[in-house]
Design a binder for this molecule. Structure first.
Ligand SMILES: [Zn+2]
Length: 336
């Protein structure tokens, strides 16, 4: 494994005096810099192998190093709201999928159940792709079965419901009880929210990609994009966490809006936690990796439109700039 540069303390950067955003040429890391990481990439097996859980290889969540590491195992349980294939407890309001008016599960329910239980027994954290509320119920049933049957052994799991597109209050309570983390993609509200609201109808539209209700139940809400389905830029998603504005200007679920600091926490502290990276990333403190970005706006205080318009002035990996618009940071050598 490669040695990674870590932050020493105190963490401050000397910056060129001409930087327009800076006060007196010196920047406090705590308020103006943030690390980012892209997680949950696909790891494909060969076509001949089918689904390979890797149980006999020691291949499981956590294997790798600080540049490339295996995260949770994603298992698809249902489809999407965009295609009206997410598995719902009630029919879609739009009546636009006559063959499957309430969507459907991706595979035979018992096959998926056994896959998840086998992966949990092998030490994996599970990212259960569940968008419709029926798929969320299914995922929680299996997680509960694993917890109560002794299938889970060793370290405490960090299972997640990937997307959690439609969730009821009782499902949120159950997630909190089972210690299962929702990972919703708030940028969907801007890019697809109008269409999703139409397919759900006005009552259920309030339950789309909830945020504050998760937090109020004591759950973490890690920031996530589902790139390339939606824009991957964290700043755009953080803006949507605050305003929840659809493309047509409708606020989808106004009670689910959160403030700027909460949005920042989602994409830093809580995103690092769900990836088991909290001792390496998520906050700029001595001992964590020297990976960060420099922004031209204090996004912990900015209005959503200013967060979305924020410019990344520099990106730092291992303490060296991989992108620098003129700050003058030490530069990383070009890739060999
Ligand atoms: Zn997914």
């Amino acid at each position: 494994m490669r040695h990674r540069r870590r932050l020493g303390g105190p963490v401050t950067l000397e910056l060129a005096a001409h930087q327009r955003c800076l006060d007196a040429g010196r920047l406090k890391v705590r308020t103006r810099l943030m690390p980012t990481v892209a997680g949950l990439h696909s790891v494909r097996g060969t076509d001949d192998d089918g689904i390979d859980l890797g149980l006999d290889l020691g291949l499981t969540t956590g294997l790798g190093d600080d540049h490339l590491r295996i995260g949770a195992m994603k298992i698809w349980l249902d489809g999407s709201l965009i295609a009206r294939t997410a598995a719902m407890t009630q029919d879609y309001a739009c009546r636009c999928n006559p063959d499957h008016p309430a969507g459907y599960l991706q595979d035979d329910a018992d096959t998926m159940r056994r896959q998840i239980l086998a992966a949990i027994a092998g030490g994996w954290d599970i990212a259960a792709h569940a968008i419709g509320d029926a798929a969320v119920d299914f995922a929680l049933d299996v997680f509960e079965e694993a917890a109560s049957s002794g299938t889970q052994t060793g370290r405490r799991p960090r299972h997640r419901i990937e997307h959690a597109g439609i969730t009821s209050d009782s499902q949120i309570t159950r997630m909190a009880r089972l210690d299962v983390t929702p990972v919703p993609q708030m940028r969907f509200l801007r890019e697809f929210g109008d269409d999703m609201a139409t397919s759900m109808g006005p009552e259920r539209a309030k339950l789309l990609y909830r945020h504050k209700s998760f937090l109020d139940a004591g759950l973490r809400v890690p920031g996530s994009s589902d790139r390339p389905v939606a824009e991957g830029a964290p700043l755009l998603a953080m803006a949507t966490m605050q305003d929840r504005l659809s493309e047509s200007g409708v606020v989808l679920g106004p009670d689910e809006r959160v403030d700027a600091v909460t949005a920042l926490r989602a994409y830093t502290v809580d995103a690092a936690w769900i990836a088991r990276d909290e001792d390496r990333r998520g906050a700029l403190t001595p001992g964590r990796l020297a990976d960060l970005v420099v922004l031209d706006t204090d996004i912990s205080r900015a209005a959503p439109e200013d967060v979305a318009a924020t410019t990344v002035l520099a990106t730092v990996l291992d303490g060296l700039a991989t992108h620098d618009t003129g700050i003058g940071l030490p530069v990383a050598p070009p890739p060999a």
